[in-house]
Design a protein around this ligand. Sequence first.
Ligand code: SIN
Length: 193
Amino acid sequence: MSVDTAALNAARHRLADDAPVWLFGYGSLIYKVDFPFVQRTPAAIYGWERRFWQGSEDHRGVPGAPGRVVTLIDSPGSRCGGIAYQIAAGVFRHLDVREKHGYLRLWQALHFADGSTVDGLVYIAGPENPGFLGPAPEPEVAAQVARAVGPSGDNRGYLLQLAAALRELGERDEHVFALEAAVLERQRSVSGG
Ligand code: SIN
């Protein structure tokens, strides 16, 4: 599979530009909303865990020095909280370019706080994509996140903004919060504070 998934995604779902579609965001799509939407609301999906296991060479790192961003890992019984947006399908032209580094759109059941569900699309970068980095010891991941920088800013900012957005949503995500603590601790020890 090519790491550039924009064309693959455009061909995956044939949707009229004005068709209303639900999108679930669990990473930067929670806090960096650079696209129009009709409505947004907290939501969750089941059977997936958020992990900093996808390499980023286009946003929070560069080729040869990738950053780490989140993807979802198949995990029966797990819950992942985020934000659901209702968008016009034409907005995927922008999103497919933004999420082009290994992410494929998948239909999933989105669960809302009132108990209702709806099918929505989720960008997931699976282990078969060439940008997938997988797990690594936490100090290594923290060091990588602390040093990586790309066209969209530093990798540290991605992590800290995601952790803050999850807290604001009332979501506990031990993986994200532990990495946040490790990166902040690293920064304190490097600056001698
Ligand atoms: C998402 O936010 O849903 C996908 C991953 C990302 O863009 O950080």
